[in-house]
Ligand binder design. Structure first.
Ligand code: TXA
Ligand code: MG
Length: 329
């Protein structure tokens, strides 16, 4: 593989600020069946040509991802997405309101869908999304094909919100990482299942369930209201190596503190405050970077102060609960 700008070989995990030459190189790699990591407004994705079985298989390989866990496919615009799935009136209303943006819709595959069956992992459905980030958008337009892209981390690890996070954990598996700076949302997209009669929230994320309801009526919660499970939620996820202690009201000198709000607990070995102002949007943007920074081998645990459920708080608490639970099971 060659760096078109300098003519020198691309090393694995090469981080590049994208310009026209870099987009052209990224598109070339993707059309040849290779992997390129790129930023979206939520987290960095590990992208491959979604219409190429071998390229999609390479994603599962690089992440060590179980084959039963399907992938989200990214499109440049709603029209492109609508051609591959049964895009009903609910999907149209949501696309109009939230795309481009942090919402993934699970819909039945259309007859003649060109997306690799591997992306559906044996299901009759496909998750589709139109990302908002300028770099993700420019890449999708440069390659001219839909991109399958899970979060660019080894399966079960924290999602990356910077190019450096990707390089640290998957650098040797991906030749090119497009650097778009820190992801502005910082939490993965909301995954909404529209393949049945009632909309079901499979994963809380960048768009709150309350924001969806004016467009599609009551949204059922997969964990509370239905037997439906998101395949990706069956495995442990979003886990740092240190155990997490939720709803902490005190903290020890051998612990890290993930604080929230104007009055962080005193006495921790190391503290990161997600939002001094108590703003869930600011807290979401910094969550994964904070967990990485606090996940130090010399510390016994990460104590987490309570975070209100309002707005993005629901998605933040979902990720924290999963990270804590993966230690127990
Ligand atoms: O924000 C995001 O969604 C990021 C960026 C890169 O777009 N991607 C992401 O992908 O978080 P991933 O693979 O880490 O998480 C996708 C989630 C998984 O829980 C998966 O099981 C679920 O979406 N999913 C994908 N396709 C599905 C389908 N057809 N039916 C049900 N769940 C699906
Ligand atoms: Mg993921």
């Amino acid at each position: 593989m060659t760096d078109t700008a300098s003519g020198t070989p691309l090393r694995g995990g090469q981080i590049r600020r994208p310009d026209a030459m870099v987009y052209a190189e990224a598109a070339r790699i993707l059309r040849a069946g290779g992997l390129v990591a790129f930023p979206t407004e939520t987290v960095y994705g590990l992208g491959a040509d979604a219409t190429d079985d071998k390229a999609v298989a390479a994603i599962f390989e690089a992440k060590g991802r179980p084959r039963f866990n399907p992938l989200i496919v990214h499109f440049a615009d709603a029209e492109a997405a609508a051609g591959e799935v049964a895009f009903d009136t609910r999907a149209r209303a949501l696309a109009q309101a939230f795309w481009p943006g942090p919402l993934s819709l699970v819909l039945a595959r259309a007859l003649g869908c060109r997306v690799s069956l591997l992306c559906s992992a044996g299901l009759a459905t496909l998750a589709v999304r139109v990302p908002k980030h300028g770099v993700g958008q420019a890449l999708l337009r440069a390659v001219g094909r839909p991109l399958a892209a899970p979060s660019a981390n080894p399966s079960g690890a924290l999602s990356p919100t910077t190019a450096a996070h990707v390089a640290e954990s998957l650098g040797d598996k991906v030749p090119l990482i497009l650097d778009g700076g820190p992801c502005p949302v910082g939490l993965e997209s909301t995954v909404l299942d529209l393949s049945g009669a009632d909309p079901v929230l499979l994963r809380p994320g960048g768009v709150t369930a309350e924001a969806l309801e004016p467009f599609v009526g009551r949204v059922l919660r997969a964990d509370q209201d239905t037997d439906i499970k998101s395949p990706g939620m069956l495995t442990s996820h979003y886990a740092p190596d240190r155990p997490l202690r939720l709803d902490a009201t005190d903290v020890g000198p051998d612990e890290a503190l993930l604080a929230f709000g104007p009055a962080p607990l005193a006495g921790a070995a190391r503290t990161v405050n997600l939002s001094q102002a108590g703003d869930p949007v600011e807290a979401a943007a910094g969550l994964f970077a904070a967990l990485r920074a606090l996940d130090r081998p010399e510390l016994a645990a990460i104590a987490v102060m309570p975070i209100p459920q309002a707005g993005l708080g629901a998605a933040i608490n979902d990720r924290l609960r999963r990270a804590a639970a993966s230690r127990e099971g």
